[in-house]
Each structure stands twice: as structure tokens, then as C-alpha cells.
Design a protein around this ligand. Structure first.
Ligand SMILES: Nc1ncnc2c1ncn2[C@@H]1O[C@H](COP(=O)(O)OP(=O)(O)OP(=O)(O)O)[C@@H](O)[C@H]1O
Length: 357
């Protein structure tokens, strides 16, 4: 599989960046970390907007920087699309003219996407005559992404593209990014410090702190690492891939491999794949299947490991549901001892429908 290799170094008086990572050159890689940890610096270096010393970056076979050879490809020669926190559109041009600006820069035989397809994908086909000042923040960002895509980039860089939107607009916008991810074969490096965006979008997660990478890997596996609970801001959680199968009794039913899960009703079409997030603190364990519980999701699982939680009196239990689907449960040390939990033990996990997010 082709990869994006980045080795970036930067030494400032009170900040040191030292990154050595191989990211998959497909899907969405999210750089996540607190403000000032170096995420934007990485994107700028990837785009060639900053030339960092002793650095190296290469996408597949294309080397864009190798300071050992004094090799540096300038920004305008890198096939990259860059979407910033706030869309910088040309205000004196309408949407169609803004899009043509990106489109015309590319020779016809190098174009990988069509204007019509990109407009449809991002839901802007009916806005082509509008001036940017008449668009909402979310619509402006969609136009900015469309313009970046029309340059047929080999890599798309997105620096917190939703940060200027309110919560309702963010939720409206996320499905467009999911479609982008599902329908186009362009790797994306996406900077965020919003866990919801990470869960919905990331294939590969890079957790950063103070200029360094603390954890990096496929989303599901990275979240299983107990260290991620500290880095990921709002506690340990698991991500489960499901498909919507029905809506009934105010609930939405999901297929998770051969098992069924129920969540509070969501307005999602039947057949659509969704990623669900379940906080470890919302999962409980029993040794037998409860017969008289209000909890709707009762599933057999196997204990894989028991690791210390963030607090000394808590234990993070790693479990496997059917088809090796990983799930974390956060229990008190007392409960673990009381149930005598050990690896390979078969137990029942309980998850409230309202706790499946
Ligand atoms: N041109 C510069 N001169 C001096 N310091 C800089 C410069 N650019 C960035 N820095 C510092 O480098 C560090 C990393 O900045 P960077 O913008 O990459 O962080 P970030 O993780 O993207 O933050 P945020 O999430 O707030 O955007 C910060 O401490 C910042 O103050």
C-alpha cells in the first residue's frame, strides 16, 4: 500500500516539533491534539508553505522534500488541495467562477473529477450563480472544498474546516465529508480537536501532544489503547461499525456483524453504514444474561485484557463481541474483583440504547 511519509523537525524557543510518521495514502488520517501541539505546522510543511530543516516528506513515489539532498518541491508544484478553517473565496467572483479558478489550473488530461460531479457531491449545484457573501458559513466551506477538489489533488489537507460553524451547521456538514471519503479516492490529512469529527471521519488517528506523536494507528485499535483515554479529551470509548436495518418503537436497529444493537431513533436511511461510539463508562458487565433489565443491548463477549484505568481504582476491560468486534468497559476495581474477571472469560455486556452515539 502506498504511504505518506513525514519526518518534520522544528525548533523554536518554546516549541519543538519532532514527527516521524507513515500515514496510509488513502482514506482520512486525522491529526488530533490540543491547541499549539503542531498540527497546522505539519499541514503547512506538507503543503510546502514552510520549509522545515532536516525534514523529509514523500507521497507514494513522489518525494516533495528531502533536506539531506537539498531537495524541496515548491508549493505550486505539489498536487495538493488545502482547505483552511475559514473559506477564503474570491468575493468579487460568483461560485461558478471561483470553481473555474481551480479547474482551469489543471490540464484537461490530468483532471480526475468533473465539475458536475463535485458540485453534486457537495450539494452546491444550485448555488453556482451566487456571490460568496450570500452563502452561509457551511456553504462557503463546501465551495472551498469543491474548488480544492477541482485541482485534482493527490492529497487533500483540511485544517479544522468545521471550526467556524455552529453545532447545527457542523452536523449538517459532516455527511458531505463522509460522502467525499466514500466516493473519492483522494487521501485526506484532516486536523481537528473535536472528538465527534474524529469518530465520524478518521480511518487513521494520530494523537499528538507538544510537538510529538503519542499514539498513531487505525481508529479502532488506537482507541483501544488505554493511553488514548487521556489524550482523547473525553474518556475511553470504542467505535463500532454498523448498518441501519430498521426503525421501530422509537428505536433504530443496527446490524453489527451477526448481532443486533438498538439505539435511540435516528433519522438515518435503512441500509446506511454508520459508525457508533460507545463510552467505556456506559458499558457494564454481568456473568449471566439479565432477564429483567431495562437495558436493551445484552450481548455475549469475551474478556481479552484488563488494564489500569486513568484513575487507580478503575479498570479498563477490553472485550470482544462476535466477529472480534472490540469493545471497552470501564469498571471499578472492586467490581472486577467481585466478578473475578480474567482474560478468556465469557461474560455478558450491557449497553443502554441511549448510550450508543
Ligand atoms: N511563525 C511562528 N513563529 C513562532 N512560533 C510559531 C510560529 N508558527 C507556529 N508557532 C508556534 O508553534 C506551535 C505549534 O503551532 P501550530 O499552529 O502548528 O499548532 P496547532 O496544533 O495547529 O494549534 P491550533 O489547534 O491552536 O491551531 C505553537 O506553540 C505556535 O505558537
Amino acid at each position: 500500500m502506498s504511504e505518506l511519509t513525514i519526518r518534520f523537525k522544528r525548533q523554536l524557543s518554546d516549541f519543538e516539533l519532532d514527527i516521524n510518521e507513515q500515514l496510509p495514502a488513502q482514506g482520512i488520517s486525522v491529526l488530533f491534539g490540543e491547541s499549539g501541539c503542531g498540527k497546522t505546522t505539519i499541514l503547512r510543511a506538507l503543503a510546502g508553505l514552510e520549509r522545515l530543516p532536516e525534514s523529509f516528506c514523500q507521497l507514494g513515489e513522489h518525494c516533495w522534500q528531502d533536506e539531506q539532498r537539498n531537495h524541496f518541491v515548491p508549493t505550486y508544484r505539489r498536487p495538493i488541495g488545502y482547505v483552511f478553517q475559514e473559506a477564503s473565496l474570491f468575493e468579487h467572483l460568483n461560485v461558478a467562477q471561483n470553481l473555474q479558478f481551480g479547474w482551469r489550473r489543471i490540464a484537461p488530461k490530468q483532471r480526475k473529477v468533473s465539475m458536475g460531479d463535485v458540485c453534486q457531491l457537495l450539494g452546491i449545484s444550485d448555488k453556482l450563480e451566487r456571490r460568496p457573501c450570500s452563502l452561509s458559513g457551511g456553504e462557503r466551506q463546501r465551495v472551498a472544498i469543491a474548488r480544492a477538489l477541482l485541482t485534482s489533488p493527490q492529497l487533500l489537507l483540511m485544517d479544522e474546516p468545521l471550526s467556524a460553524l455552529d453545532l447545527a451547521r457542523k452536523r449538517e456538514f459532516l455527511p458531505y465529508l463522509e460522502r467525499l471519503h466514500n466516493e473519492l479516492d483522494i487521501p485526506i490529512v484532516y486536523v481537528s480537536h473535536a472528538p465527534e469529527e474524529v469518530i465520524r471521519l478518521a480511518d487513521h488517528l494520530v494523537l499528538m501532544k507538544q510537538g510529538r506523536v503519542c499514539l498513531s494507528g487505525p481508529l479502532q485499535q488506537t482507541l483501544l489503547n488505554p493511553k488514548s483515554a487521556q489524550l482523547f479529551a473525553d474518556g475511553a470509548s470504542s467505535v463500532i461499525n454498523t448498518v441501519v436495518t430498521s426503525h421501530l418503537n422509537g428505536l433504530t436497529e443496527l446490524a453489527c456483524g451477526s448481532k443486533v444493537l438498538q439505539m435511540s431513533k435516528r433519522d438515518i436511511p435503512i441500509g446506511q453504514k454508520i459508525r457508533c461510539r460507545i463510552f467505556a463508562s456506559d458499558v457494564s458487565i454481568s456473568l449471566t444474561k439479565a432477564q429483567d433489565s431495562s437495558i436493551l443491548n445484552l450481548l455475549p463477549a469475551t474478556v481479552c485484557s484488563l488494564k489500569p484505568g486513568v484513575r487507580p481504582d478503575e479498570v479498563l476491560v477490553q472485550l470482544e463481541l462476535a466477529e472480534k468486534t472490540p469493545l471497552l468497559a470501564l469498571l471499578s476495581r472492586y467490581s472486577c474483583q467481585h466478578l473475578k474477571l480474567i482474560p478468556n472469560m465469557v461474560v455478558w455486556v450491557q449497553i443502554k440504547a441511549v448510550a450508543i452515539l
